[in-house]
Design a protein around this ligand. Structure first.
Ligand code: FEO
Ligand code: CA
Ligand code: CA
Ligand code: CA
Length: 724
């Protein structure tokens, strides 16, 4: 679903942080006085300590051990903004569609008819392709970090194009838009969410996915997962399905991804809360249960309707689990805690189709996007950065207890390595100060602000893992403009996090790191707040420490906007953008790829992907932005040029560009086109002439005319690395 700033009620733009948490100039000095209690708080305060690290083996997603040619400037001619219903790439490049919604993943599954009659989605590509990672294979099918023509794509299937409850493109006549939903429709919708693993290979000229590969696998809302980390066994995860709270079912609304330094796939569960219903009396039934406060904080007030009405399809367990009410005498007999089993990072081994999914609760529970691992250093903790995508939510960092052993880059048992590094560790939330520095605030019972909190009762680190947002509220983390993906720059070790937009940013609550609020016109419609988003850049003084410095790498803006108040990075027609969301640093080239999920600038251009060669923190300077009588001083990165930031791709109508991975040589890049034609009205499902988009059918891919989310692969016609 489009993260359209003009539709703040939609499920991708949640707004439940009504805490009075401070903006960065209001934080109480009292918090500083207890810094000495926090682990690592004695770290040096300077930035840039990380220094230069090797390019190879470090990306947004960790240590893939690849080698390639680092680019020092972009070599392609920037692509113009486009409203065409097609994928546009630079001159000299080609884009090929290889894997779309409904494509069969096993022998014997019928070809996708794309007319709403298809079934068996447990063995087909899911919907709304999102984050994606590459897991290489050699010619004999063994894991490889150097072979460039065969691999497994691990793909998130975030959501589905819906209106009035129904995922209308996968049902013949658009489906039922009233309750109760038919079980036959709900069964399909349960199966199009989750993950897929699909083998792809190149013939040398063309890429294709393999219909029947032993590596192909679907994970859906019904797949059993093992609960790992501090929340395993918690009373708040007890359900009728797992009365000892060690297991749960499904992964949901998977948005960003990551690749661990030990070679596994991780995926973030984002807007899961919207799939659950709670009836109006549920608060009364729960009496003084502290979860009432948590349910409100996580976007589910009593009386909330679910996005698809799955709970209405029948009395069977697979349907009633979506009713999050306390309906029975005990949590062991109902699904009052089912929502608490979502909102995590899940880890999977892409190479082992039998290995179970693990929910890594140590990384906290919120609207997860990607997981950006810092380059691991022998003898140091493993560090990962994460955003919580909702208006006014926080940026997080996880620091493992275990110290990195380089032998774990090729472990005998990948998920056991995941147990070692992700099940024990500490979560921190970021507080930004107005002088360009910042502090990571510890979220654990070691922090007396958490242990003694009067705001919410934390009894254990399990409670911190499950009610993470409340822990970050309690310590006074900084409310951000919707943190999305993060990536670690292999050249500098600095972390970049996209802040996609924020319709709730007002003049009164602008601060140094979220400094803009303004009005932008989309036709005759006035859009307010931080309409176009920005990308914050942070440098930790030491990987596990609490001190960091920050600036804003780039502000999204329309090229003709006021350079004093809006277009602070002086973007031009070659690189202006709105709503940065996906962000990945290429392991092969070091290029930073930025993808948009926009609804604000879509009167002038469809969503896009840009390539960037960013500098480093502090390469720009301080800027003062005026809002009426108020002035805010921020720190802006060096103004980009067309050889350091340029538009590389524009997608078809109604889509978001998301997901990025590459072959180890950097000569093939895979990207997802999510929800083309999302703006189609459900009433027009039988009328292709009225579809907002007919992609990818209009590019020659597959049957029917209904638009489909799909993976494309981009190559350079001369065989060069992508971005050169
Ligand atoms: Fe799924 Fe916040 O994007
Ligand atoms: Ca989307
Ligand atoms: Ca505009
Ligand atoms: Ca996203």
């Amino acid at each position: 679903m489009k993260s359209d700033i003009s539709h703040p009620g939609n499920f991708n733009n949640e707004d439940s942080n009504h805490t009075a948490n401070p903006h960065i100039d209001q934080v109480l000095d009292a918090r500083l006085s207890r810094r000495g209690l926090l682990r690592g708080a004695a770290g040096a305060a300077g930035a840039g300590v990380l220094g230069t690290t090797a390019l190879s083996g470090c990306a947004t997603s960790g240590a893939s051990g690849t080698t390639g040619a680092a680019l020092t400037s972009l070599g392609f001619k920037p692509v113009a903004k486009s409203l065409a219903d097609k994928v546009v790439v630079p001159e000299g490049y080609s884009a090929q569609i290889i894997y779309a919604l409904g494509d069969p993943l096993a022998a014997g599954v019928p070809a996708f008819k794309n007319d709403g009659s298809d079934t068996a989605f447990e063995q087909r590509a899911g919907d709304h392709h999102d984050g994606m990672e590459w897991f290489g294979l050699d010619a004999s099918g063994k894991p490889s970090n150097s072979f460039n023509s065969r691999g497994i794509l691990a793909v998130n299937h975030e959501a589905t194009t819906d209106e009035k409850l129904s995922s209308f493109f996968i049902h013949t006549n658009g489906g039922a838009s009233t309750l109760p939903r038919p079980a036959s429709e709900v069964d399909k919708e349960l199966a199009i969410h989750g993950l897929s693993f699909v083998e792809v290979q190149s013939s040398g000229k063309q890429w294709a996915y393999k219909t029947s590969s032993p590596f192909n696998r679907r994970v859906t809302t019904m797949t059993t997962a093992a609960i790992h980390g501090p929340a395993r066994g918690s009373e708040h995860l007890v359900t009728k399905f797992s009365t000892d709270a060690t297991q749960c079912r499904g992964t949901l609304n998977n948005c960003g991804t990551g690749k661990t330094p030990w070679g596994t796939f991780v995926s973030g569960e984002e807007n899961w809360y919207g799939y659950f219903s709670r009836d109006a009396k549920d608060d009364d039934r729960r009496k003084k249960d502290k979860q009432v406060q948590a349910l409100n904080r996580y976007g589910r007030k009593a009386g909330a309707a679910s996005r698809h009405g799955w709970e209405s399809a029948g009395p069977q367990d697979q349907y009633v689990r979506w009713n999050n009410g306390a309906l029975a005498a005990s949590a062991k007999d109902d699904y009052r805690n089912e929502m608490n089993t979502f909102g995590y990072v899940v880890e999977m081994d892409a190479y082992d189709t039998q290995a179970p999914m693990r929910k890594r609760t140590g990384l906290g529970r919120f609207a997860h996007e990607s997981v950006a691992f810092a380059k691991p250093v022998a003898g140091q903790p493993v560090v990962a950065y994460m955003g919580d995508d909702a208006r006014g939510e926080y940026i997080y960092k996880f620091v493992s207890d275990a110290k990195w052993d380089p032998k774990d880059a090729q472990p005998a048992n990948r998920l056991a390595a995941g147990d070692k590094y992700l099940d024990k560790g500490t979560l921190f939330a970021a507080r930004f100060k107005d002088n360009g520095s910042g502090e990571w605030l510890e979220l654990s019972m070691n922090n007396p602000v958490i242990a003694g909190s009067s705001y919410f009762e934390f009894k254990s680190n399990a409670d911190v893992a499950i009610f993470t947002r409340l822990a970050a509220d309690a310590v006074g983390a900084t409310k951000m403009d919707r943190p999305e993906w993060g990536g670690v720059n292999p050249k500098t070790g600095e972390v970049y996090i996209t802040l996609t937009n924020n319709s709730n940013r007002t003049e009164a609550n602008t601060d140094a790191v979220n400094p803009r609020m303004y009005t932008d016109m989309k036709g005759s419609k006035a859009q307010k707040g931080n309409v176009h988003g920005h990308i914050v850049r942070m440098a930790d003084a030491s990987p596990a420490g609490s001190a960091f410095k920050w600036d804003v790498y780039v502000f999204g803006a329309e090229a003709d906007a006021d350079k004093a108040a809006v277009n602070l990075s002086s973007l031009t027609d070659d690189n202006d953008m709105s709503a940065p969301d996906g962000l990945v640093f290429s392991p092969a080239t070091g290029v930073c790829w930025i993808q948009t999920d926009d609804g604000a600038y879509t009167d002038k251009t469809n969503c896009m992907m840009l390539a960037a060669i960013p500098g480093k923190l502090g390469d720009g300077g301080a800027r003062t932005v005026k809002h009426g009588d108020k002035s805010v001083t921020t720190y802006v990165g060096k103004t980009p040029t067309p050889t350091t930031l340029a538009r590389f791709l524009v997608g078809p109508k109604g889509c978001e560009i998301t997901g990025w991975c590459e072959t180890p040589d950097g000569r093939a890049v895979f990207v997802n086109i999510q929800h083309p034609g999302e703006g189609t009205a459900m009433a027009d499902v039988g009328n292709p002439a009225k579809y907002q988009s007919q992609w990818p059918a209009n590019a020659g891919y597959g049957a029917g005319q209904r638009p489909r989310s799909a993976t494309i692969v981009i190559t350079k016609n001369d065989g060069g690395v992508i971005g050169s």
